[in-house]
Design a protein around this ligand. Sequence first.
Ligand code: IMP
Ligand code: MG
Length: 173
Amino acid sequence: MSKLKVLITREQLAEKAKEMAAQISKDYEGKELLLVGVLKGGFMFLADLVRYLTIDVNIDFISCSSYGNSTVSSGVVRILKDIDYDITGKHVLIVEDLIDTGLTLTYLKDLFAAKCCASVKVCAAMDKPSRRKVALEADYQGIVIPDQFVVGYGLDYAEKYRNLPDVCVVEEI
Ligand code: IMP
Ligand code: MG
């Protein structure tokens, strides 16, 4: 059994989701907004975020994985499931669990921008700015965390722990 230490509580995560939803609701009032959740990790944050929105939105998902080993992002992103919507002229907000090197979101932003959407912005529940390999900033920045490998709230270690309601550091595997 692995030993887990809570880093961010469910209450802190809920508070941040509420705060971000209020800002998003204000910024996109009267606009056609499509939220694109990044699977698998983004599912829990997206589910929390949309419940606090006060505007109408469409929801879609994209699933991608980066080549290379599981803890280091290579920057080459492979799309496993693309979005279903035609995003031409739409405002797109990508919803991610965590920004690490920034490589995945840089790739996804470019991919959507090339499809002529009205705008493409990024919202992430957590951020590790010290790990960036490319200059990528969240338009809606989540909780800033140190350079530690975390699990829970959608994030996994070898496909385990995604269901944990708090974000934890794995102290022993
Ligand atoms: P990137 O390095 O910014 O491209 O991050 C890609 C993805 O790797 C993130 O969206 C997470 O899904 C995953 N990831 C990055 N850091 C961690 C971590 O500490 N635990 C679990 N997954 C992570
Ligand atoms: Mg992710």
